[in-house]
Ligand binder design. Structure first.
Ligand code: XMP
Length: 222
């Protein structure tokens, strides 16, 4: 069974720093504004996988952005270890094909954890390969009964098209706001929550920046 993460203020903080003290410093400033942290390779490769349990102990939902993209047997191991380390959810690539995604889906289901499937990406290079197949990837997700997806905020038109394929039942999170040029209002027409990294952690005043983001989010959905 898939349990939707309850994402406070529809905002996920992407903690892409390579220093845990710096991340904790930011989190101290925004801890009453967000409850979900996305961690990925920059932090985990620098500070270790135990970051996950540290954030869990502080009460955050943790999404492990490992963009899993290997053969089924390896995918299963990566997901299993990540979930055992305490992650609530893991981000998985769809371009590797249905069997690789299914391996992740099966172990997530068995461990009562969540999986987010990357359908398309936010950076310009994604037009080269991924974008051309994004609808097929969305269909793989549907065939496997996946409910959670990652769609790019930098491509609002494609976001809407893919949301139509996925349906209202899907839960969509979207990176690319701010530094990459995505806009909150357009994004929340197809996404349920946004992911923001640099705009917050490079800000001189992360708390004020986060409050402003939340104001924009609230305006966009009102
Ligand atoms: P910024 O600093 O651009 O951080 O606010 C965005 C975060 O999201 C990740 N990212 C993506 N993840 N599909 C994904 O699954 C995407 O299209 C995508 N674009 C950005 C990025 O690594 C960072 O953590």
């Amino acid at each position: 069974m898939v349990i939707k993460l309850k994402i406070k203020n529809k905002l996920i903080f992407a903690a892409d720093l390579d220093n845990l003290d710096e991340v904790n410093n930011i989190l101290n400033q925004i801890s009453n504004l967000i409850n979900t942290v996305k961690i990925g390779y920059p932090l985990v490769l620098s500070e270790g996988i135990e970051c996950i349990s540290k954030f869990k102990n502080l009460g955050y939902n943790v999404i492990a952005d490992f963009k899993v993209a290997d053969i089924p047997a390896t995918n299963k191991k990566i997901c299993k270890i990540t979930f055992e380390k305490g992650a609530d959810a893991i981000i998985v690539h769809g371009f590797v094909g249905k069997d690789s995604v299914k391996a992740c889906k099966d172990i997530a289901k068995k461990m009562n954890k969540e999986l987010f499937l990357v359908v398309d990406m936010s950076h310009p290079g994604s037009r080269q390969f991924l974008e051309k197949n994004s609808k097929e990837i969305a269909k793989i997700g549907l065939e496997l009964g996946i409910k959670n997806y990652v769609l790019p905020s930098t491509k609002p038109k494609i976001g809407l098209e893919i949301r139509k394929i996925l349906g209202d039942e899907a839960f969509v999170i979207s990176p690319g706001i701010g530094v990459q040029g995505g806009e909150i209002k357009k994004t929340l027409k197809f996404a349920d929550a946004i992911i923001v990294g640099r705009s917050i952690y490079q800000s001189k005043d992360p708390m004020t920046t986060t409050k402003k983001l939340i104001n924009h989010i609230n305006l966009a959905i009102s």
